[in-house]
Design a protein. Sequence first.
Length: 159
Amino acid sequence: MKTLLSFLAFVLLQVVQPANARDDVILKIEGEIASPKTFTDAEFRALPRATVQVKDRAGVQHTYEGVSLGHLLELAGVPLKQSLKHDAIAKYLHAQGRDGYVAVFALPEFDSQEYLIADAVDGKAIAADAGPLQIVSPAEMRRSRWVKQLVLLRIVRSQ
């Protein structure tokens, strides 16, 4: 009887669990957007790929590969570039890592800067202490917005 109850509880949890609460989700895009998204590793890797070249502090060049952050936001219905008008200009991107670290990006930044959600560097997966996903911002010298272990992109309206 106890085994049967355990089994029924397990089945009930599987049925009640929302689709976006899957254990294999590596990135969520939510907030004030038209189409909230979740991505598994396989779904993320199936998106159009991009690369950027970045030199580290020692001057060694590295190639980061992943998906354009702007492309991901557009998939979720975030207005960027020419589509960014009126009230949408008051929105910003809150990017959060698994450890709670947060960086903020103004949406007009996507007009002139390139950002990548990287899952590989120099042909290898991002190291566990930084991945599986990391924001790479080649134009930033301090790298304070290179969010490691990225798990959440949230569009927020400023007050």
